[in-house]
Design a protein. Sequence first.
Length: 255
Amino acid sequence: MVEIKTDAAMDAMRVAGRVVGQALEAVRAAAAPGMRLRELDEVARTVLREAGADSPFLGYRPSFAPTPFPAVLCVSVNDAIVHGVPDGSRLRDGDLVSIDCGALVDGWAGDAALSFTVGTARPEDQRLMDTTRRALEAGIAAAVVGARIGDISHAIGSIGRAAGYGIPEDFGGHGIGRQMHEDPAVPNDGRPRRGMILRHGLVLAIEPMFLAGGRNDYYAAADGWTLRTTDASRAAHFEHTVAVTDEGPRVLTTA
């Protein structure tokens, strides 16, 4: 069931979203060659704790997961697309890192993600990240009253396909509010003018993820969580929690 939020609820979600934005900025600033992935998770935990926020990631166990998620941060490196488990492995110069974080404050959720390179970026990685970020911006711009879910999907997918990138079909954006994952689903590719009509108060997590190799398929790693490209090509992931309002899209997860 789709829940339409009140203006007060959207303001409350902005509080949670600000914490998410602060956590992502802190993690990005801390990331450096030699740092362990679990140390990045500790950075995010500190931001959440100091803000009085809980994590919707920690202990989360959807139907596909063999175990509850053990961290507050997803850290996906190079060929990992999403849901990377932060472990003891170390970052290296040139790694493409995608981080995804959520926060719960007073019962309301925020969820966002970004990608960056540790040290020196390869030109092809920079292009991948720039294109994925541009697709997020296009998806946000399409999230207006009177449009449809398919308009967001088409805005994202047309940019990814034009660039020759793959788009995993089973993972995309979603509604968000009291729960991190709510209806409706927001695919990252689709036909315009299809699907649910967008109304003031609908809040969505919009999150394009593109695969550099051009293939759409992926596989789950041995941890049961991390999704990797089948051709070992790199992936990028950007996300914001966005409220549809009569005044236009309102991004809730900036710092």
